[in-house]
Design a protein. Structure first.
Length: 275
């Protein structure tokens, strides 16, 4: 399929060797030459993503994937690989330089008119908490007694109420999807396949988890002004739930997902110490 796609598009030859970047239950991503090829079983979601990316590219100065080939019959999207490397593997480059670009791209996502074709993700917080409890059971043996107790204390508390406003969100804005150059400047934001209309705490919570509360709250302020105590509670809730989610994800393939395990270890203190 990849050789034929390259031949028809003229982007690579049949001698160009692909490399598998990621493989999941619904998506498989390949690097072929200087291009990224993603194949998915959800062709409707892919069509929405293509429309979003085409609109977003004209609204932000931050590089995002620009569709070059979209084959709905194959469930395939091709775009030129963006420069830089994921912050997930370069925590030494995390710093205030990322704040402005993240405000830029998330603000641009909200400015798109007409409204982008996004689904509504209103997954309730009690369901998030139930999922986090399952992830904790998976990961409990990996945690020492003190950390396990801190996580269990969080899981024993009721979830915060859902936010009153739904806005367009990347909806998976972890450090693995933020690319930076060797000076820590944002060179791209990738993987918009989960983009949806949902509450702002989703994106900010993941930023809190991976980049720390100072950067997360600065991005939130750049978008919506200073956060209230209730908003910070929701951000922290999502940071903790997605910390458990990423830890369980890493433990499912420790050799292939070691960066997720290293990140979970690095950020535990501010995720479960911040309120």
């Amino acid at each position: 399929m990849l050789a034929d796609l390259g031949s028809r598009s003229g982007l690579w030859t049949d001698r160009t060797q692909p490399t598998t970047v990621a493989r999941g239950s619904e998506n498989t991503t390949f690097a072929v030459g200087g291009f990224i090829v993603r194949r998915t079983v959800d062709v409707d979601a892919l069509t929405r993503e293509v429309a979003l990316l085409e609109a977003l590219a004209g609204e932000t100065s931050i590089p995002v994937p620009v569709p070059l080939v979209h084959r709905s019959d194959l469930g395939v999207l091709v775009y030129r690989a963006l420069g830089g490397e994921p912050l997930l593997g370069r925590p030494d480059l995390i710093g205030p330089a990322v704040e402005g670009p993240l405000v830029d791209v998330l603000g641009a996502l909200r400015r798109i008119r007409p409204d982008p074709p996004l689904v509504v993700d209103d997954h309730p917080n009690d369901a998030w908490l139930a999922g986090a409890r399952q992830d904790f059971e998976t990961a409990r043996s990996h945690l020492g007694p003190e950390r396990a107790a801190a996580v269990a204390q969080f899981l024993d508390q009721p979830p915060p109420p859902a936010g009153p406003v739904l806005v367009p969100q990347h909806n998976d804005l972890g450090a693995e999807h933020i690319l930076v150059d060797d000076r820590g400047r944002v060179s791209g934001v990738i993987d918009w396949s989960d983009a949806a209309r949902t509450e702002p705490a989703r994106d900010i919570g993941r930023l809190l988890r991976d980049l720390g509360p100072a950067i997360a709250l600065a991005v939130a302020a750049g978008l919506d002004g200073q956060s209230t105590a209730e908003e910070r509670l929701r951000m922290t809730f999502h940071a903790r739930c997605t910390w458990l989610e990423d830890l369980a994800y890493g433990l499912a393939d420790p050799a292939g997902r070691s960066a997720y395990l290293a990140n979970a270890e690095r950020v535990f203190g501010h995720v479960f110490g911040h309120a």
